[in-house]
Design a protein around this ligand. Structure first.
Ligand code: BTN
Length: 256
């Protein structure tokens, strides 16, 4: 456990610009709510009745005490340029949690925020318009997801178990929004290169994975080697041949 020292006001974050930050008691999904809001709006709900996960069939447990946040980002220029946003936002949430004092946080491709084998946060990035993206972030803070869904026992992590000190969910939101803006700036100014290189530093050591590809019944055992410049998963199988897949082609990735 580490102690915490962070910027406290999500609406005015020094060096990171300001957000129109609103807190609601309950919504179905903050992503759905934020769909038509303008860029630089951020919506936090204390609970969600229909929080959505990245895989379509998955609902996202959104009990009181967690950070359920959707931030709207401008996406000027070609749509293709912003296809890396899910990875860039994964990088941002890891950056924020690291800044809060959790040095063991890491990203599991494409954007599960992990501590050891337990999931601390998940992301759902959606494009409702050509001009913007909604970045949904679910991060366990003081909540107990396994009480709502016993199948999650042992599979989730909470910030409250990792950092001590006097902090609120809004304090955590402030840090996350600061890092989200930093990632957005980086993609806008230099494309994906800087963030991709940083992510690949964290993925330098090959990791054994089992992946299920879209349209295939059997899973593949492979070694994960980070990402290519487009953010695609790079793997090798037994024969050593290199392959690359984008997030839409990979139904499931498990670390073994
Ligand atoms: C996943 O790992 O499957 C993604 C989970 C994303 C959950 C967040 S909570 C805030 C936002 N609103 C939603 O309905 N989903 C995202």
């Amino acid at each position: 456990m580490t102690n915490l020292a962070i910027a406290r006001d999500p609406t005015q974050i020094a060096g990171a610009g300001s957000w129109d930050y609103r807190v609601l008691d309950v919504v179905d999904s903050t992503n759905t709510y934020a769909a038509r809001l303008p860029p630089w709006t951020a919506i936090r709900a204390k609970t969600q009745t229909a929080g959505r996960g990245r895989r379509q069939e998955r609902c996202w447990v959104s009990d009181v005490g967690g950070l359920w946040l959707s931030a709207v980002l401008p996406c000027p220029g070609l749509r293709r340029r912003w296809e890396v946003l899910p990875l860039a936002i994964g990088w941002a949430v890891v950056d924020a949690v690291h800044a809060l004092g959790v040095t063991t946080v890491r990203l599991r491709w494409p954007n599960d925020v992990m501590v050891g084998a337990a999931k601390l946060a998940g992301l759902l990035v959606e494009r409702y318009t050509n001009e913007s993206a909604v970045v949904g972030i679910g991060l366990n803070v003081f909540n107990f997801p396994e009480r709502s869904l016993p199948a999650l026992v042992g599979r989730t992590a909470r910030l409250a178990d990792l950092i001590r000190g006097d902090y609120s969910i809004d304090d955590v939101a402030a840090q996350v929004l600061r890092s989200v803006r930093k990632a957005h700036n980086s993609v806008l100014e230099s494309g994906f290169g800087v963030i991709a290189a940083d992510l690949n530093r964290g993925w330098e050591k090959p990791r054994r994975v089992k992946i299920t590809l879209e349209g295939e019944d059997v899973s593949i055992d492979a070694d994960f080697h980070g990402i290519d410049p487009e953010g695609r998963l790079r793997i090798t199988r037994g024969d050593g041949a290199a392959e690359a897949y984008d997030a839409a082609q990979v139904v499931l990735l498990r670390e073994t």
